[in-house]
Design a protein around this ligand. Structure first.
Ligand SMILES: [Zn+2]
Length: 51
């Protein structure tokens, strides 16, 4: 049974941010849909705002 979550990624090359469905435990190589760079950084799902 596959659990998927929507994760946010950011390309370090062009700064493009996008979301993609990720299977739990999956760690495949990603590339930017915009510039095809593989310098992708995984962002946190939700920013916690604390004052
Ligand atoms: Zn890019």
């Amino acid at each position: 049974m596959a659990t998927t979550t929507v994760e946010t990624f950011r390309c370090m090359m062009c700064g493009h941010e996008y979301t993609e469905q990720v299977e739990k435990g999956e760690d495949k190589e990603r590339s930017c849909p915009k510039c095809r760079s593989n310098s992708i950084r995984h962002l946190k799902k939700k920013e916690t705002v604390s004052s």
